[in-house]
Design a protein around this ligand. Structure first.
Ligand SMILES: Nc1ncnc2c1ncn2[C@@H]1O[C@H](COP(=O)(O)OP(=O)(O)OP(=O)(O)O)[C@@H](O)[C@H]1O
Length: 508
């Protein structure tokens, strides 16, 4: 049997949008098959249909050659289909093993024996090189490890058709390399994989074939080895994508944001997350903050935006100290923030897109006047953001935000914050989860802000992004400033080395 899964002419409509418009995808046994498409193209919907979370309006699914009807995820499991979602579904105060057996029916009359379950978890972990400790608590392990627990959960249920939905979006570069090895091991052991990712580099590194969809429609399936990244990008977006941004030379002006000797506590008792950290960002400058995840970047950003109190030091905006101002007062003074976690901090998912676009400024004129909301002004303002940033939503600004695809939610936040025209924009992972076309657009808008004399703090785990957008790069390690270098006179190797704590000159 050549194909383990055949999804034929799958159609799924939501109010105002055809998410899947007769899509066909065929997965061969033993291959890694990438599924590529713009934000909102319909990838998650298609995979949710395969996993039994949604029902197709029409079309056919065959598994191992047989017609099947996948009415819910239990049926998918019985057919050997497993899925690792973008947002993990683990219970934090349970152990790895407890999470893995959670929801499994005990065999008639027998309770599940945790000890033998832990033993089997260990065996599977060793067989696939997952390195998971069965008795560790989820709250104590890294995000990369949590993902491996999700992988183990599928393997424990004997899944051999594995769906990964943007698995690398939450991982550090090292964890990405490890995941690539794990996926290759899985294939060696006879599994077949569907991989959703926006990163063409990853598709090139692991996938055998790639199916491309655009606006719900099937565009084609290509052999990855003989197709270039540019060709795949063009199939996906429908136009040529430039992988570089144009950044004109510019002399930076006066310092807008100044951080002096800042120290911030970590959420772990007795530990400082940021230690005596100082830098400034000038008018017309992008300062990149590079570091391995968890080295104090989040706390630094929280301290500047007012989400977390500082322990000592000073933060000044346009010459005025803001260290003890509230979040809203800081926004009103000219700080905007694209947060790390769009679902927790960025958006209220049950509000409409329109409401979310004015969430920080609805009490200003013209959006409200003497306590009355001006719905027309709010809609017009929101519609402009949605149009400029190409936020695709079935019912435009009236769509409930939860119904937007992940990437479109991200574009909405980025648009909202840039549109505030802030003096300082704190942009944390601004392009996480975005397709290459949208990344290109957001990069252009960030550079435009800089060219207009605004200051930007760019926090990103993508070194390529830091190096191509920043004017200067500050490197953080273990909460300390390792150094600030000019982007023009450095490279990935040097910044990578500094991220491990080695100062410039230390190696001479
Ligand atoms: N439950 C829902 N209700 C209404 N519309 C929905 C729902 N789920 C998805 N959609 C719409 O269907 C379209 C496809 O969304 P989907 O999440 O499948 O895209 P995607 O390709 O996975 O995007 P991304 O790369 O941004 O994650 C989008 O326009 C989205 O707004």
């Amino acid at each position: 049997m050549e194909y383990v899964v055949e999804m034929l002419d799958i159609r799924k409509e939501f109010p105002g949008v055809i998410a899947n418009d007769n899509i066909t995808l065929r997965l061969k046994k033993g291959e890694i098959h990438a599924l590529l498409g713009e934000n909102g193209a319909g990838k998650s919907t298609l995979m949710s249909i395969l996993f039994g979370l949604y029902q197709a309006d029409s079309g056919k699914i065959r598994v191992n050659g047989k017609d099947v009807s996948i009415s819910n995820p239990n049926v998918a499991n019985e057919l050997g289909i497993g899925m690792v979602h973008q947002h993990f579904k683990l219970v934090h105060n349970f152990t790895v093993t407890e999470n893995i057996i959670l929801g499994m029916e005990p065999k008639a009359g027998l309770s599940i024996d945790i000890k033998s379950a832990a033993k089997r978890v260990k065996e599977i972990s060793e067989q696939y090189g997952l390195n998971v400790e069965p008795n560790a608590k989820i709250e104590d392990v890294s995000v990369g490890m949590q993902q491996r627990v999700e992988i183990l959960k599928m393997l424990y249920r004997n899944a051999d058709i594995l769906i990964f939905d943007e698995p690398t979006a939450v991982l550090t570069p090292q964890e990405i390399d490890d995941l690539i090895k794990i996926m290759k091991n899985l294939i060696k052991e006879g599994k077949s994989i569907i991989l959703i990712t926006h990163k063409l580099k990853e598709i090139k590194a692991v996938a055998d074939r790639c199916t491309v969809i655009r606006r719900g429609k099937y565009i084609g399936t290509v052999d990855v080895e003989s197709t270039s990244k540019a060709q795949m990008a063009e199939m996906m977006v429908g136009r040529e994508v430039l992988f570089t941004v144009d950044k004109p030379e510019k002399k930076a002006g006066e310092a807008i944001l100044k951080v002096d000797n800042l120290s911030v506590k970590s959420s772990r008792e007795g530990v400082m997350a940021v230690k005596n950290f100082s830098f400034e960002i000038k008018e017309g400058e992008i300062l990149g903050l590079a570091g391995v995840e968890g080295n104090g970047q989040s706390e630094l950003v929280e301290a500047i935006t007012g989400l977390k109190p500082i322990t000592s030091g000073k933060i000044t905006l346009n010459g005025k100290e803001i260290s003890s101002l509230s979040i809203r007062e800081r926004i009103n003074s000219g700080i905007a923030h694209i947060p790390e976690d769009r679902q927790k901090r960025g958006l209220v998912l049950d509000y409409t897109v329109g409401q979310n676009m004015v969430i920080e400024i609805y009490d200003r004129k013209p959006f409200s006047d003497r306590g009355l909301l001006n719905h027309k002004a709010i809609s017009e303002y929101a519609e402009k953001i949605v149009e400029d940033f190409d936020v695709r939503a079935g019912q435009g600004v009236d769509s409930i935000t939860r119904s937007l695809s992940g990437g479109n939610q991200q574009k909405a936040i980025v648009g909202r914050e840039i549109e505030l025209k802030p003096d300082v924009l704190i942009a944390v992972q601004p392009t996480r989860g975005l397709d290459v076309g949208s990344i290109e657009y957001i990069h252009r808008r960030l550079i435009e802000q800089r060219n207009n004399g605004k200051a930007i703090l760019l926090v990103s785990l993508e070194l390529d992004e830091i190096l191509s957008l920043s004017d200067r790069i500050a490197i953080i390690n273990n909460g300390e400033l390792i150094g600030i270098v000019n982007a023009k006179d450095t490279n990935e190797n040097e910044v990578g080395l500094m991220m491990t704590g080695i100062k410039r000159g230390d190696t001479d």
